[in-house]
Design a protein around this ligand. Structure first.
Ligand code: SF4
Ligand code: SF4
Length: 314
């Protein structure tokens, strides 16, 4: 049948000897014959397609019913799972959001952290909620401005509603570069005094850095969830750290004959305010932003030997 159809097509297109009838009437007749044959051939295919479509529709319906059932079951499990997860809030005071961004730079584990391990219940830019809820852990970024009544009240509320308060990054921990604020700038010329949050409330732990590194944020959150106090000890010690200047290294490490000349402080400094001169760190105060990273990274201000052994499996 197909050969006949091909031949007719070839004839119609003038590829073979001209059709017997060259006039329009003959061509129209030929065209009609081709059309009828094409319809005759496509009919079984159409019927088969209809049958296949109906079968697929039936199958899809069955699958939808079954996945609705699965989804009902798993959402019940999810609710139970969420109920067990620690509730974490992110509070933004006078900071630059750099630490919040650093948190999100945990590309490989962020979704696991946020979906399986913790429940973010509050946070500017993260959660659309105006009323601060109860939280297990509050990550507070930024220092607090004493002339900004709203910020001071918010910080008090954080303390009231949180099990643990963590100074998240150097501005919250030491004041960092907001220590240089002097006021006199529009639109709030009276906003002149910025202090670390531990000056106003009790702070339980601190994650230092300007910004804090993605890795340390993730590790601290996981350690808090697991109650790993060995890992957390330095962060607990740093909660009220006021050694926030490169010159503190001179006073507390070099002048006390504790410096080994390892150079870690120089590597930790985000502004290159430190350089090693004759085996000891030298501080350029014009570059220092008072982040405290040099002190918190110096292995002679604290040395967590037990934790290092644990991490290395020794
Ligand atoms: S010297 Fe560098 S690391 Fe140390 S407080 Fe100043 S800016 Fe921070
Ligand atoms: S990190 Fe501490 S021990 Fe190492 S060079 Fe700096 S001050 Fe000295």
């Amino acid at each position: 049948m197909l050969d006949g159809l091909k031949n007719k097509l070839r004839k119609f297109l003038g590829l073979e000897a001209k059709p017997d009838a060259e006039d329009d009437e003959a061509k129209a007749k030929l065209k009609q014959e081709i059309k009828s044959e094409v319809e005759a051939q496509s009919k079984p295919a159409e019927e088969a397609k209809k049958a296949a479509d109906a079968a697929a529709e039936e199958e899809a319906k069955k699958q939808a019913e079954s996945s609705e059932q699965i989804s009902k079951e798993s959402s019940t499990q999810e609710v139970e799972k969420v109920a067990d997860k620690p509730k974490i809030g992110y509070i933004h005071m006078s900071g630059c959001t750099g630490d919040g961004m650093s948190l999100t730079e945990n590309y490989d584990i962020l979704s696991t952290l946020l979906t399986d391990m913790v429940d973010i219940v509050y946070g500017t830019t993260l959660v659309d909620l105006w009323e601060m809820p109860e939280m297990d852990l509050a990550l507070v970024e930024g220092s607090v401005c004493l002339q900004d009544e709203h910020s001071v009240k918010e910080l008090m509320e954080v303390r009231e509603k949180s099990g643990l308060v963590c100074a998240f990054g150097s501005c919250a921990m030491t004041g960092c570069f907001t220590r240089y604020a002097r006021g006199g700038q529009l639109a709030q010329p009276k906003h002149e005094s910025f202090v670390p949050i531990s000056d106003l409330i009790k702070v339980d732990c601190a994650i230092p850095g300007c910004p804090a590194s993605p890795e340390i944020i993730a590790k601290v959150v996981v350690a808090l969830i697991n109650g790993d106090m060995d890992y957390l000890q330095p962060m607990l010690d740093m909660a009220a750290c006021n050694l926030a200047c490169g010159c503190d290294l001179q006073t507390n490490v070099v002048s006390k004959a504790l410096c080994t000349g390892c150079g870690t402080c120089v590597l930790a400094c985000p502004t290159r305010a430190l350089e090693m001169i004759e085996g000891r760190p030298s501080h350029n105060k014009n570059r220092c932003i008072k982040c405290g990273a040099c002190t918190t990274h110096c292995p002679r201000t604290w040395f967590p030997a037990e934790q290092i052994k644990k991490d290395l499996g020794l």
